[in-house]
Design a protein around this ligand. Structure first.
Ligand SMILES: [Zn+2]
Length: 324
């Protein structure tokens, strides 16, 4: 049974946000002891990826890698053939407001703890809450990262922030310090296709944006599909089919993003019931997940991000870094 292999490539990655990081953003007490669900979440994902026969990139939060009891489960990610990336140390979505020194310390500390936990030194980065700045890009470039993957080109960032604040218990001061959460309307004007950042007097840095729907710039990562599937499974399939069609039409190789809560629900982690979609049963989430990944696999060769970056065409658009 020979089937033609898809000619276009797509990358697939998971931001391994832990229970405490959701609690922290939400302003819930108790996050300081770093309650974790990694021992529940990671094995479920690994089994699912085996079943679907794909390898992905896990962006790991340094703080989790620094905790002894998490090390075994983080090691299993590498043992089962997946890539690991740096998702910052403290997972603070206002990373872009940090000084350059603080950013450098953050990146290095995460790198070291991920190395300790998994035996791999990573050189791939995605910022928490799609947070990035010029200083961050310069630090990554200096440390020879192969790419940054923090950009989410969408016009709806301010809406996402409003939704989050509305649902949160944050004080006025906390909201003020987090007003950059999810970025601004301007994010929507950046390209969807991978491109090179250009620095003064030095080589560039590859950016692999999280792909949103070409032209419309509406997100289509797994969490959104899950949300739409709550309205109707048929609508979800139609939305994804249209997103795939638009990517092919515009020759955009998608970077597809996953989150732990795409497979895990309130039935397994009740503390997170405030989060959108947590009333959906885990079993249903898995079904939606399988449908979406199977659809993507039909059209794209799904790759973890380092492999994806190596296969990308070198003829890329160059953008000057600009304070933001
Ligand atoms: Zn995250």
């Amino acid at each position: 049974m020979s089937k033609t292999k898809p000619t276009m490539i797509a990358s697939i990655s998971l931001d391994l946000d832990d229970q405490w990081s959701y609690m922290k953003v939400h302003g819930d007490e108790g996050w300081e002891t770093f309650p974790s669900y990694l021992d529940i979440v990671v094995p479920v994902f690994l089994d699912m990826f085996d079943k679907l026969d794909i390898k992905i990139t896990f962006f790991i939060v340094g703080q989790d890698a620094a905790i002894e009891k998490n090390k075994k489960v983080l090691q299993s990610i590498v043992d089962r053939g997946h890539e690991v990336g740096n998702h910052s140390f403290h997972h603070e979505s206002w990373l872009k407001t940090y000084s350059k020194e603080k950013i450098e310390a953050e990146i290095e500390q995460a790198e070291e703890s991920i190395l300790q936990a998994t035996g791999k030194r990573t050189n791939m980065f995605r910022g928490p809450g799609f947070s990035w700045s010029n200083d961050l890009l310069e630090v990554l470039q200096k440390r020879n990262y192969i790419f940054d993957a923090s950009l989410l080109p969408t016009y709806i960032s301010p809406l996402m922030r409003m939704y989050y604040f509305n649902k949160s218990k944050l004080t006025k001061e906390e909201k003020e310090s987090r007003k950059e959460l999810f970025g601004s309307f301007k994010e929507g004007f950046y390209p969807l296709k991978p491109f090179n950042w250009k620095f003064r007097n030095s080589k560039g840095l590859l950016e692999i944006p999280v792909t949103t729907m070409p032209f419309f710039k509406l997100p289509f990562h797994q969490s959104y599909l899950l949300y739409i599937s709550g309205v109707s499974m048929g609508l979800m399939k139609m939305y994804l089919r249209f997103a795939i069609f638009m990517c092919k039409l515009t020759k955009t190789p998608p970077s597809y993003l996953l989150h732990p809560l795409d497979l895990i629900s309130g039935d397994l982690v009740p503390q997170l019931s405030f989060f959108p979609g947590m009333n959906i049963k885990s079993e249903k989430k898995m079904k939606v997940f399988e449908i979406a990944i199977t659809m993507l696999k039909k059209h794209f060769e799904l790759l973890p991000m380092e492999q994806f970056a190596k296969k990308l065409s070198v003829n890329r658009k160059v953008i000057e870094t600009k304070a933001h």
